[in-house]
Design a protein around this ligand. Sequence first.
Ligand code: UDX
Length: 440
Amino acid sequence: MRISVIGCGYLGAVHAASMASLGHDVVGIDVDPGKVARLAAGTAPFYEPGLPELLAKVADTGRLTFSTDMADAAGAQVHFLCVGTPQQHGEFRADLSYVDSAFTALVPHLAPGDVVAGKSTVPVGTAEDLAARLAGTGATLVWNPEFLREGFAVKDTLHPDRLVYGLPTEAGVPTPEGEAARALLDEVYATPLSEGTPLVVTDYATAQLVKVAANSFLATKISFINAMAELCEATGADVTRLADAIGYDARIGRRFLNAGLGFGGGCLPKDIRAFMARAGELGVDQALSFLREVDAINMRRRVRVVDLVREVCAGSIVGRRVAVLGAAFKPDSDDVRDSPALSVAAQMQLQGAHVTVTDPQAVENARAKWPDIKFASTAHEAVQQADAVVLATEWAEYRDLDPAEVGQLVAHRAIVDGRNVLDPAAWRAAGWTYRALGRP
Ligand code: UDX
């Protein structure tokens, strides 16, 4: 099938390459000529495990092209809308300007029978508005949210946990156009569907809500365990053992119960805020007021880590050398959008510490955001003469650091484990002061 993918960021680039690997003819379209040039040359414009290999694999087939010209979307039967919906400046609401401009540019190139499949995370009601704008084109809008996690984006796209189609409906039943669109999407996703991927077919509103509901649940789960970490700190309990014990209950489950610096990135924080804003517009803000608390617990983690560093620095970080291991919002990504690690680093820098940040992949992106911070290319370089070390992103190479070896490089053996991934006994045995969130 001929497919266009509008927007080639973390979502679109992976989606385009994945669709080509499933055998479709794909054109990826983006307004950024640099991104398009890199993708066209077969290079991933960001770090995502498996994406370079996937791009190389499909390059030989000739089934994947990239362009800055929306006219090249013409002729595709399914157009995936994959542009970003960041938080609006000074507000909780989502900024829909990229969705709007991409859609406006696409409409003149649509043919009757085409399907426009929205993947971007949008406030509920957006799909209905966009569908109305397709009137007279003969094209059909479907909402097909994406649930990929950075770091696992290729796997999540090729082997998703579930697929969701939001179709146009009348009296709760898909319209004939909706059924035709569904048949096209079934063809697009023939491979994952044949592998037994669950499919939820529903209306626009439900499909849009599924995405923000899922992200709100995940954010709540993380903030729940981080709230428990606060209780643990007040009582001398260990939140990691608590999480293990409650996680054995199958109704609760252990995943997403890692207490620490909390969630960041381009999705969870802005999605829960946009969801609250939308609920307010819909007159049901009370239903989501708990998300305010989820957000507040999460943001407190960052302050708490800085406080712990201050404690291990005998009450003041002014003029102290602090090494921060990690800049990406999570391991296996170079994404620094709303990164808890960078937030901690920047707070300490602004409070007078001399901060050196390192990350296996995200140094370039981090430097662009915080040019005043010092960056190092390796952990060993970053910790030289440090008065305190903060583990802020749990990259495997930081989890595996040898406390004795690192101890030779620092000025003072003090570590704040912002992700609860180090073995406190091993670090203490090597002469370190070890502090963590929610652990004695
Ligand atoms: C998330 C959703 O998982 C994905 O389905 C959606 O499509 C986009 O948003 P992503 O932002 O890539 O994906 O990251 P995710 O793996 O969900 O982690 C989010 C944040 O939560 C990270 O900052 C991570 O460090 C943090 N986290 C995760 C915790 O603090 N504790 C945990 O136990 C799990």
